[in-house]
Design a protein around this ligand. Structure first.
Ligand SMILES: Cc1cc2nc3c(=O)[nH]c(=O)nc-3n(C[C@H](O)[C@H](O)[C@H](O)COP(=O)(O)OP(=O)(O)OC[C@H]3O[C@@H](n4cnc5c(N)ncnc54)[C@H](O)[C@@H]3O)c2cc1C
Length: 432
């Protein structure tokens, strides 16, 4: 009887466990935290504010995944059209900015339109990086004013140090008519790549995990510290040991690789080159309803401490006590490009000040809850070192029979649905 060992209980681990169950194969899971769910866990403050570890919504187009999630909570799901906006130099701009230039300084709009038009009729040169792609797609002025500025704040490195293999549908490329219309009127279509999304009515995004976790053998508070692929033994920080037959890991590669006994130096060095962002979230509860009309907002200006805000009360009214609103701010750092320069607690007051500066909070607002947390592994940085380093690491892990899954096992730009499916794929590979 085959048994599969799964490291991590996030979406990738749960996808693997779900698939194993469907295939009537036993799985056993190990998780370092004292709760399951990884990034998709949610928590509730003593007075009833619900926050996700980082803001999470489900925008999967895959109907199979939609129904797995909905079934997990017996259909207790909210479904929305997303309203997203941007904050740029004291103005609110509907998202995406390239289709909503109306009201911006006339000189800037003129240069954007002129560059954009020229870019459409010019044969692009070689696209060697994300910066080249942005200029070829939108023209220099828009590229430098908007996506390059936002990208630096979100990815923590410059666009000329990034590849383009993560883009997919993430950046909308409008037709010239859409740009012109958006420059002449505020009456524009909604074209964000996330148009509709789902979110549990109760319990935050973590609510989706309810039935997925039921009946699984999950060993919490088991932080893996050593792997011997020769003897097929795992060692945990709590002193326990366990054998395994087949191994699926969703542990971040830069942590997993150094734990492997006998790992060659060049593989260790390659794993150390893999970069990702670290995110501080600041979570605020306010005794006033409706502080924002948007579900989330992107901030472009460097003098704002946060890069993105989201508003959990807009996802479900059950995320706040009655008469209240909430906001979750994301501040990005990375070990490689922008090391953390203050503690999460030290981020709280600057966030409140900036929320007041942009008018989302009033001076006399009653802030009834405040908290901050660190997400060590946030977004993978697709810098120019990534591909070569990743090929070395994945080649080695394949050789020694460790099956990688999830955002930090594949080291890809995976959303929850893709992480779940990568866990399923790992099981299918094992079962042949
Ligand atoms: C700020 C933010 C916002 C996001 N928003 C969205 C969104 O709106 N929609 C969406 O679809 N996706 C979103 N994502 C992406 C989403 O979080 C991921 O795709 C998904 O959660 C990754 O799942 P995973 O299982 O691969 O990783 P994780 O959830 O990180 O799971 C890995 C697990 O391994 C455990 N682990 C790590 N080290 C060890 C160890 N040594 N021993 C044992 N266990 C260990 C961790 O504790 C964790 O439980 C967002 C991500 C971030 C960072």
């Amino acid at each position: 009887m085959t048994e599969i060992t799964i490291l991590g209980t996030g979406m990738a681990g749960l996808g693997a466990a779900h698939c194993a169950r469907e295939e009537n194969v036993k799985s056993v899971m190990y998780e370092k935290n004292d709760h399951p769910g990884g990034h998709t866990a949610s928590w509730t403050s003593p007075d009833g504010f619900v926050f996700d570890e980082g803001p999470h919504i489900s925008f999967t187009q895959d109907e199979r995944i939609q129904s797995i999630l909905a079934d997990s909570i017996e259909g207790d799901v909210e479904q929305f059209s997303a309203y997203v906006n941007n904050r740029w130099q004291d103005q609110w701009i509907k998202h995406p900015a390239q289709c909503n230039l109306y009201g911006l300084p006339v000189d800037l709009v003129t240069r954007i339109l002129s560059d954009f038009t020229a870019a459409q009729y010019t044969e692009p040169g070689a696209i060697n990086n994300y910066a080249d792609w942005l200029v070829a797609s939108y023209g220099k002025t828009f590229a430098e004013t908007f996506p390059m500025e936002y990208g630096l704040r979100y990815h923590t490195t410059t666009a000329d140090n990034m590849s383009t293999d993560w883009l997919g549908p993430r950046l909308y490329r409008p037709a010239i008519e859409e740009i012109l219309r958006g420059a002449l009127t505020s009456d524009t279509d909604d074209v964000h790549y996330i148009s509709e999304f789902r979110y549990p009515t109760h319990g935050g995004f973590g609510g989706f995990l309810k039935k997925l976790l039921a009946g699984l053998e999950v060993n919490l508070s088991h932080r893996l510290v050593g792997v011997n692929t020769g003897t097929k033994q795992l060692a945990f920080a709590n002193g326990k040991q366990a054998g395994y037959e087949h191994l699926v890991s969703s542990i971040p590669l830069p942590e997993l690789v150094p734990m492997i006994e006998g790992v060659p130096g060049h593989v260790k060095a390659a794993a150390a080159k893999l970069a990702c962002t670290t995110c501080v979230t600041v979570n605020i509860g306010v005794a006033r309803e409706g502080i924002s009309p948007a579900h989330w907002t992107y901030f472009y200006d460097r003098d704002y401490i946060f890069t993105r805000l989201s508003f959990p009360d807009m996802f479900s009214s059950h995320c706040t006590p009655e008469g209240c609103s909430s906001v979750q701010a994301e501040i990005y750092y990375s070990k490689k490009y922008k090391p953390v320069d203050r503690s999460p607690e030290e981020c709280i007051e600057p966030v409140i000040k900036d929320l007041q500066r942009c008018g989302l909070l009033r001076e006399d607002d009653d802030i009834v809850f405040k908290d901050s947390r660190l997400i060590e592994y946030a977004n993978i940085i697709f810098d120019l070192d990534r591909k070569e380093a990743l090929d070395i690491v994945h080649g080695y892990l394949q050789e020694i029979g460790i099956h990688c899954a999830g955002r930090y096992g594949t080291w890809g730009y995976h959303w929850t649905d893709e992480s779940f499916k990568s866990g399923e794929s790992a099981i299918k590979t094992i079962l042949g």
